[in-house]
Design a protein. Sequence first.
Length: 220
Amino acid sequence: MSSTRMSNSRDRHHRSDSVIARKALAILRSYWDFLGAFASAHRTIGAVAPTSHAVAERMTRLAGIPHVRTVAELGPGTGPITRSILAALPSNGRLWAFEVYEPFLDQLRASIDDPRFTLLARSAEDVNAIRQEDAAAAGGFDAIISSVPFSLMEPEQTRAILREAGKALGPDGVFVALQYHPRYLAPYLRDAFETVERSVYPWNVPPVLLLRARHPRRQE
Ligand SMILES: C[S@@+](CC[C@H](N)C(=O)[O-])C[C@H]1O[C@@H](n2cnc3c(N)ncnc32)[C@H](O)[C@@H]1O
């Protein structure tokens, strides 16, 4: 091999090593930030680490993201599920994300630059208000993906978020939620939706429960 080819291949390896190192540092930083957030606001954050890539991808598949146009995400945090949604969402799709923790809002503003993405400093209960306020969501969301910590909220807030999510979904819309508590959410979901499916993803530490709900019950 000529010395030029050897040095080109050395440069390529060097570049890919530094890309891997930068990615590893970014992941470590996001774990560290998450742990700090949990320490200062554990009832709002509800988890000690961001959702893994494998779980985020599973949620986007359960919600059928490659085939939808309008998506709402409740509780994006540092954005692991957000990034999976954007990677799978069609180019003419839109994603609205609802977050209440200011440091996570700052991180998302700084790290996600995508014309399909709208970040809202609003609580998850406002999901139907946004459907009414934003003409692009007027037909209802095709999918709502949630990782808000329902089991740490007051029951009335859980009911309110599920009720508003039900009103905000379009005709064939689907609500997908991630939970670490094995039993908490399903009864609330069954009160709010006619169809509720559960699946456990055991390869995460701790194992996560994924719930998918359709057909919101009509509110009196
Ligand atoms: C368990 S973390 C999940 C974060 C991220 N989606 C992930 O999967 O790593 C829960 C997130 O929900 C947010 N959250 C809590 N209550 C909320 C509310 N009422 N409305 C919107 N977001 C909320 C928290 O600030 C936090 O970012």
